[in-house]
Write a protein that binds this ligand. Structure first.
Ligand SMILES: NC(=O)c1ccc[n+]([C@@H]2O[C@H](COP(=O)([O-])OP(=O)(O)OC[C@H]3O[C@@H](n4cnc5c(N)ncnc54)[C@H](OP(=O)(O)O)[C@@H]3O)[C@@H](O)[C@H]2O)c1
Length: 257
């Protein structure tokens, strides 16, 4: 199949993927590369970013930057560098994030700050910069937030994580309306449990009974990073040119129960 001729092609598009050093972000960077994009991989761990880069078939086409997304002045410098090397940006996948299972009694102001800063501020500040006239393509662009089913439904111990993901789901709808006149589409993808380093470290993965319970919530079984990456391709490509302000559940049936 000639990728360039399908509406799902990302040929020639400059796509930034955060969290590209691990899990879903890593797979998203690899799949965007396969679909023809020039990918800009962001993450903190340089070695794991390079591993992702070398897993693409065209590493020389792509750029990596090791940075903390909460270092806002550095983020702006990086964007200037990206645009000077590759030209303006067509898409951003906000995938970097952290997760936890914590009962209400253990939620401290510091924990709340940590989650809101990493999961909300990090992506929103980057989106604010990327959508500036100096950085976004004149043709328009596409912003994706990787949220979670936990932003829409609940589980015990998930309130902190849910608050951070729910904030993005709510905010992205208003952003979709605000940015539509600039031809910028804004969408969320809400995965169920996907097998990545994050879910392997989660408390439910530490004993068989809890893991089996989590699996039973997913009629199609647990997800793979490529399930989310493929949804990103759709939302980044022309195939979804009339889609904005949605929250796409990619959850193996979790929210259908
Ligand atoms: N796995 C799941 O079951 C699941 C389900 C629903 C939603 N999600 C969401 O999907 C996204 C990716 O999850 P994952 O499972 O792929 O997790 P992961 O394997 O733990 O990867 C998380 C990524 O986020 C990056 N990151 C975290 N804080 C950062 C910061 N301050 N600055 C820059 N990068 C930062 C990490 O970079 P470094 O490693 O380089 O520090 C890493 O690349 C997250 O937003 C998560 O909430 C995951």
């Amino acid at each position: 199949m000639d990728i360039e001729k399908t509406p799902f092609s990302l040929t020639g598009k400059n796509i930034i993927v955060t969290g590209a050093s691990s899990g879903i972000g890593r797979q998203c960077a690899i799949n965007c590369s396969q679909m023809g994009a020039n990918v800009i991989l962001l993450g903190r761990d340089k070695q794991r970013l390079d591993q992702t880069l070398n897993s693409t078939t065209t590493p020389l086409k792509h750029l990596t930057y090791s940075l903390d997304l909460l270092d806002y002045s550095k983020v702006e410098e990086v964007l200037k560098d990206i645009v000077s090397q590759k030209g303006k940006i067509h898409g951003l996948v906000n995938c970097a994030g952290i997760s936890t299972t914590l009962p209400l009694r253990a939620i401290t102001p510091r924990k709340l700050d940590e989650f809101l800063h990493t999961n909300v501020h990090g992506g929103i500040q980057l989106t604010k910069l990327v959508t500036k006239k100096a950085f976004i393509s004149e043709e328009g662009g596409c912003i994706i937030f990787i949220t979670s089913v936990m932003g829409a439904v609940g589980e015990a111990g998930k309130s902190l994580y849910s608050m951070s993901k729910g904030a993005l789901i709510a905010g992205s709808k208003s952003l979709a309306i605000e940015l539509a006149s600039k031809k910028i589409r804004v969408n969320c993808i809400s995965p169920g449990v996907v097998e990545t380093p994050m879910s392997k470290e989660a408390v439910y993965s530490q004993d068989e009974t809890s893991l089996n319970q989590i699996k039973s919530y997913h009629p199609l079984g647990l997800g793979q990073a490529e399930d989310v990456a493929n949804a990103c391709i759709y939302l980044l490509s022309e195939a979804s040119k009339w889609v904005t302000g949605i929250n796409l559940f990619v959850d193996g049936g979790y929210t259908a129960r």
